[in-house]
Each structure stands twice: as structure tokens, then as C-alpha cells.
Design a protein around this ligand. Structure first.
Ligand code: SF4
Length: 341
């Protein structure tokens, strides 16, 4: 059986259920690299370009983990995943960077996906090209594409129900939806967590930020549960159209979170070396400051970030919100605010 390797990094958190269903229907075995650990991160740091962002460096580590174990590596060249929009240029050049820096890799499937509208192509063209590497049976490819769409639809439905991507993948894998939902049982606080999926849901890179927030009594809401329509509507209010898909998702989610009165705070997790985020993060920070509510904190991680520093900042933020909330909740019956002396 042919084995195709999918690195558990970057694009994995967007499209794994879609890709897996496609390859499985073609009778191809999908092999995913293990969860990130120190060895994988160190391998990525040693081999990737020094100026690459942390998620790209990590991607190298996951590729090395798969190398030698699979017949092909699946690293599609993502140019555009939405009409008239583009994805971060680093996604477009991943396969080139890998070929330049790493020797003896299995053949890389780096079929381009460009649904911007410039070339009149869509997702079905992309899958047709990928499928034709393995079979000439166009009916089989079509069937695999349909089952991929179905898996993706199911994944998005689980996300909208409040599950985080790793939980939604578990739920789709047969771990019961109820069991996955119980991981996200409601906390005393509700906090919006912004950031790219490959930072938020990689618990080694994020130093288990979500788990820590939950242990501290917070339920966590992420951009994964914000609908595309809402993101579109929020970003339409901006003076200029956003044509970077990831930036649009971040800004649309931030505006949604800031207007959600049920949220007690918002945290934005960024990674060092991210070009687009240097602008998006700054915009979000300014809006947060301008609005003044809910409380906002930005955390930047890189390969040197220590867990103790992150925990200290998180504890201080959560404690501040808890006190604030207690004060708000504790209003005397005659309706006067409580004063601290
Ligand atoms: S959006 Fe930022 S973090 Fe993500 S791949 Fe591009 S540069 Fe790296």
C-alpha cells in the first residue's frame, strides 16, 4: 500500500480531515508525524532557514520525522484558498524551502492550489491533479473528492459546535462527540483566544496554553468557532478590503471577540518572526486599547520562550479578570458599585 506522509504542522490544522478522507478513498495509507516534541522542534531549528518563522521551522522537523517512512510527502503549494484572497507566501514556498535545505526526501506532492479566480481553477481541479498522480480512474478521483468534502463538512460542523480542531478530529475519528465535548466543559471565566491554529493547537509550541487556561477555570473560545460569514461581515466594516486570508480570519475573529459581552478577556498568541502578524497584531492591539474592554493580553512565543514566564503572565491575567468579575458580580442590593479601599 502506498504511504503518503502529512506533517503535523501548519496546514494540518486546517485541512487534515479533508486530505485524509481523499487519500483513504484512493486506498492510500496516510501517515501523520507524531505530536511535536523537543526532538522534532530541535530538528526543525537545525535545518530550517534562520529567518523563517517558528511554525515553518517546526514544519521542517515534522518533515524530517516522516522522511524515510513514507513513499510521498504531501506539501501542497497553497496560493489561494478563497476567491480573490491569498495565503501567507511562506505556504507557497514550503516545498521549495524543503528541497533546498533537506537532502534525500521522498518525492514531494506540491500541487498548487489557487482558487483566487485568476486562473479559473477551483478545489476540484486541485484534487483531480493530486489524484492523477496515483490513478487514471477519474470516477474514483471524483468519489474521493466527494468523500473529502463530506469529511470537511463534518469537521467544520464539529468546530462550530464549540470543539477545538484536535477535539473535532478526535470526535470525527470515533472518540465520541460527548467525550470530546466534556474536555471543553464550561469554566467560571470565558476567554477568547486568538492566534494561528498551528500555534494554538500544538500543545508543545503553545506550552499547553489551552490546557492551562482550562485548569485555571476558564473556558476557551477560539477563531475556529467563528463562522466565515461573521468574519466576512466584520471585516467589511474596515476601510480597505483584506486580501490575506489568515489576516482576515484573525481580524474578523478579534472584532467578534471584542463585541462579545460574554467574554471576560481576550488573549492573542503570536509567534516570533511572523511578517503578517506584525501588522495584524498591532491593529488588534490598538483596537483593544481603544475599546478598553474586555481585558486584552498579547503573548509572543519563540523557540526560546520559557514556560515559567508564560505561566506567570497567564496567572496574573486570569487573576485580574477573576477579581474584576467578582467585583462586578458583587453589587449591593441598593445598586451602588462596590468600592475598594
Ligand atoms: S502567517 Fe506568519 S506564522 Fe504563519 S506561516 Fe506565515 S509568517 Fe509564518
Amino acid at each position: 500500500m502506498i504511504k503518503v506522509g502529512i506533517p503535523r504542522a501548519l496546514l494540518f490544522y486546517f485541512y487534515y480531515p479533508l486530505w485524509r478522507a481523499f487519500f483513504t478513498e484512493l486506498d492510500i495509507q496516510v501517515v501523520v508525524s507524531p505530536e511535536t516534541n523537543k526532538r522534532i522542534l530541535d530538528a526543525g531549528l537545525r535545518t530550517a532557514l534562520g529567518e523563517a518563522c517558528l511554525p515553518v521551522k517546526l514544519f521542517f522537523g515534522h518533515v524530517l520525522e516522516l522522511s524515510g517512512k513514507v513513499d510521498y510527502l504531501f506539501v501542497p503549494r497553497l496560493i489561494s484558498v478563497e476567491h480573490k484572497e491569498y495565503i501567507c507566501p511562506k505556504f507557497m514556498g514550503l516545498s521549495d524551502m524543503l528541497r533546498v535545505r533537506l537532502a534525500n526526501l521522498p518525492p514531494i506532492i506540491d500541487t498548487a492550489l489557487d482558487v483566487s479566480g485568476r486562473r479559473g481553477l477551483d478545489w476540484s481541479h486541485f484534487f483531480e491533479k493530486v489524484g492523477s498522480i496515483f490513478t487514471r480512474d477519474r470516477h474514483l478521483i471524483k468519489r474521493a473528492y466527494c468523500s473529502a468534502l463530506e469529511a470537511d463538512k463534518n469537521f467544520r460542523r464539529l468546530l462550530k459546535s464549540g470543539l477545538l480542531p484536535p477535539e473535532a478530529m478526535d470526535a470525527a475519528d470515533g472518540i465520541s462527540e460527548a467525550a470530546a465535548t466534556s474536555v471543553a466543559s464550561p469554566g467560571f471565566l470565558k476567554i477568547g483566544l486568538l492566534g494561528h491554529p498551528y500555534n494554538l493547537y500544538d500543545s508543545y509550541i503553545s506550552m499547553n496554553l489551552i490546557g492551562k487556561m482550562r485548569q485555571m477555570g476558564a473556558s476557551v473560545v477560539t477563531p475556529a468557532s467563528v463562522s466565515d460569514d461573521l468574519i466576512d461581515n466584520q471585516t467589511k466594516r474596515l476601510p480597505k478590503r483584506l486580501f490575506w486570508t489568515l489576516g482576515k480570519q484573525m481580524i474578523g475573529s478579534a472584532l467578534t471577540f471584542f463585541e462579545n459581552e460574554k467574554l471576560d478577556g481576550v488573549i492573542y498568541l503570536t509567534s516570533f518572526g511572523c511578517g503578517p502578524e506584525s501588522l495584524v497584531g498591532e491593529l488588534v492591539k490598538r483596537w483593544a486599547k481603544h475599546r478598553g474592554n474586555p481585558p486584552f493580553m498579547m503573548l509572543t512565543i519563540d523557540e526560546h520562550t520559557g514556560e515559567a514566564g508564560l505561566v506567570t503572565r497567564l496567572e496574573a491575567f486570569i487573576e485580574m479578570i477573576k477579581r474584576r468579575k467578582k467585583n462586578e458580580d458583587h453589587v449591593p442590593s441598593y445598586g451602588q458599585p462596590v468600592h475598594c479601599c
